[in-house]
Design a protein around this ligand. Structure first.
Ligand SMILES: Nc1ncnc2c1ncn2[C@@H]1O[C@H](COP(=O)(O)OP(=O)(O)OP(=O)(O)O)[C@@H](O)[C@H]1O
Length: 290
């Protein structure tokens, strides 16, 4: 299994929202990390054939996906950001409906739907109407429907939006359990979602693929840029305006700031070990200041 993007570019009128995106993905879990508007949804929609790229090609197992879009669609699973469902349907009815849309044999479909609802932990509530589900339950149903055709490539656009911490953990375990021998790409702007489950992180910044690597490799690229320093209350505003601050902790003697800066921000600042959260702020500094 090999998904290759070669120089994917997307323009909307005069605006370029994706610029020469190229990467090769083999089976594994990939986290597409980017702030709002960085182009994650557009990239996913292009991979799924729902939006047309302005330039560039997508190959799956060395064949251009445009040559035989139906064949590629049959190995693709997608959870869109705005996953829509019929509120009065039960989960089981909805799954059977999706199976029918995908042309899955009726006899086979029932077992497949049951198996998936069990996998995402909705077996006991499969006959409950979706409008009565919590946000997390709906997201899990979204994941189940994306997997109905046992996809080789699974694309999840912001799958953890609206999930509480317990559901996030459950989601991570779910992804790990079915990611074997699949290409799973999930987008998020929540660092901790990808830190633990993604084999690799792709950083998308204003339509450009800024970096790619394992979490620890990426974090190493900002070694020496993260500092902790104590400042007095009257210095605080100036420091906040001047630097990217990833944390502040108020103590009796002043405020301890965690600062991301290539230069030592104060005489007394001490270098500390960077985290993926720091890296995110380093890339998306302008967004972080907003
Ligand atoms: N149909 C469209 N016409 C014009 N501009 C668009 C269209 N769709 C997206 N854009 C623009 O493309 C850019 C990337 O949007 P996209 O939704 O892909 O980003 P994103 O990273 O998924 O953001 P978010 O995290 O907020 O969902 C944005 O500036 C957006 O306004």
């Amino acid at each position: 299994m090999l998904l290759e993007l070669d120089n994917i570019t997307k323009n909307y009128d005069e605006t370029t929202v994706l610029r020469n995106i190229s990467f090769r993905l083999e089976p594994g879990v990939y986290g597409l990390l980017g702030s709002n508007g960085s182009g994650k949804t557009t990239l996913f929609r292009i991979i799924c054939g729902l939006t047309k790229q302005t330039a560039g090609t997508i190959n799956y197992n060395h064949g251009d996906v445009r040559t035989n879009p139906d064949a590629f669609r049959s190995v693709l699973g997608f959870l869109p950001q705005d996953f829509s469902y019929y509120p009065d349907f039960t989960a089981m009815k909805f799954m059977l409906y999706i199976a029918a849309l995908k042309g899955i044999n009726k006899k086979f479909a029932k077992n497949r739907c049951l198996e998936l609802l069990k996998l995402v932990g909705l077996e006991d509530v499969k006959h409950k109407k979706i409008k009565k589900y919590s946000g997390g339950m709906k997201q899990r149903l979204g994941i189940a429907q994306a997997m109905i055709n046992d996809p080789e490539v699974l694309i999840l656009d912001e799958p953890t939006v609206g999930l509480d911490p317990k559901e996030r953990v459950r989601f991570r375990n779910l992804i790990s359990s079915f990611s074997e021998n699949k290409i799973v790409i999930l987008s998020t702007h929540i660092v901790s979602d990808v830190e633990y489950i993604a084999d690799e992180i792709l950083v998308l910044n204003q339509g450009k693929l800024e970096n790619r690597g394992a979490s620890s490799e990426l974090v190493n690229t900002i070694n020496g840029y993260v500092w902790e320093t104590m400042v007095e209350t009257n210095q605080l505003d100036e420091m906040l305006a001047k630097h990217i601050i990833s944390n502040q902790k108020h103590e009796d003697k002043g405020t301890v700031l965690r600062i991301i800066s290539k230069e030592k921000p104060t005489h007394t600042a001490q270098q500390v070990q960077p985290t993926l959260e720091d890296l995110y702020l380093y890339y998306f500094r302008e967004d972080a200041r907003k």
